[in-house]
Unconditional design. Structure first.
Length: 351
């Protein structure tokens, strides 16, 4: 850096610009860092962002700080009405990531002549923030999905029906927060169209939309996640395709498959069939005692599935089963809204 004795007023203005934007960048980074720490609990991102702050702090030279009060700033305290519209953590993350990116761009431009090293540092960090913003937003979204999985006990799986959209909306109105869309007949074009329609319904009611088996349709419809059976695409490859912003659930009915699913990072497990079921003909029911043994040490959400009806829910609850997945009971119901409300009430009722 040139050894200026602050002779030129133009240099003072440049130093003040650099000073203000170093403060701006570090403040924005601190907001993002604290969300990574307290909101996401992700040590990796906390360390990464803290390192950016330290690098910028180290390069916040005394000559910049001393320029701070040398020129009157008539624009102090200016705000914008959009600031009060930031109401979600995601909006705050995006806003502060943008603030950091803009500040670093200003530093990069104005420090190029006086401090080329700082200009290069600002450029390198700026490009990393672009990626960091996307990663943090993805993690925040997935954290919300996991919260829905944890807090809701009814998981509904669709079946092919002529009035499926109507049935799904009735279920969502009733309060169902997790819908898995399963399809068997028809073209991929039709499957995707229907998936997008159900996804839009789920979005309107703040519910999770999960696709069964088909990673391609999950991606194309922007589903919130995928559910995989033991004969489907393996979890690791599905994660590579979907990234970490999506939920991945696994069907498992033995100790080895459950252990593998957890070790590979699945978000929830469907375990069954509990009872005889028409949707899984030929599959021997596991029974309540076997499922209790398989799930006694599980620390992620799991849903009992297979032959579960309204009448059997109280039996399952008496054995400690808190979460259930249903297909026929609601898909074939004459009044899916009413039946869903009854089931939801039964699931939250203390035995």
């Amino acid at each position: 850096m040139q050894n200026s004795n602050w002779v030129h007023a133009e240099d003072l203005r440049i130093f003040q610009i650099i000073d203000a934007n170093l403060d701006r960048a570090r403040e924005g980074l601190r907001v993002i860092e604290d969300w990574s720490r307290f909101g996401l609990g992700d040590e990796k991102y906390v360390k990464r962002i803290k390192n950016f702050r330290q690098i910028l702090g180290k390069n916040h030279l005394e000559i910049y700080k001393k320029s701070r009060n040398s020129i009157d700033d008539k624009c102090k305290g200016l705000t914008h009405k959009e600031q009060i519209n930031r109401k979600t953590p995601q909006q705050i993350i995006s806003s502060n990531a943008g603030r950091v990116q803009e500040a670093l761009r200003v530093i990069e431009e104005f420090s190029r002549v006086h401090n080329n090293n700082l200009s290069k540092i600002a450029s390198e960090i700026r490009y990393e923030i672009y990626t960091l913003e996307i990663e943090l937003l993805s993690l925040s979204k997935c954290k919300n999905y996991k919260k829905i999985l944890k807090e809701n006990n009814l998981y509904v799986i669709t079946d092919q029906k002529e009035n499926l959209l109507e049935i799904v909306e009735h279920l969502l109105i009733a309060g169902v927060k997790i819908i898995q869309h399963r399809f068997k007949k028809g073209t991929d074009k039709d499957h995707l169209k229907e998936a997008i329609q159900i996804k839009n319904l789920c979005k309107r009611y703040n519910s999770l939309f999960i696709i069964n088996d088909r990673v391609d349709i999950a991606l194309a419809s922007d589903a919130d996640g995928i559910h995989l059976g033991q004969d489907d695409l393996d979890l690791n490859n599905a994660r590579k395709l979907l990234g970490y912003s999506k939920i991945i659930g696994i069907s498992a009915n033995n100790k080895i498959d459950i252990s593998n699913a957890i070790n590979n990072g699945c978000d929830y497990i469907g375990i069954g069939p509990v009872f005889d079921t028409s949707t899984k003909k030929g599959k021997k029911p596991l029974g309540i005692d076997k499922i209790k043994t398989l799930t006694k040490d599980l620390n992620i959400p799991w849903f009992a599935i297979g032959g579960i009806t309204t009448k059997k829910i109280s039996i399952l609850k008496s054995h400690g089963f808190k979460k259930v997945a249903l297909v026929s009971q609601l898909m074939n119901s004459k009044d899916p809204k009413r039946d869903a409300m009854i089931i939801l009430k039964e699931l939250v009722h203390e035995n």
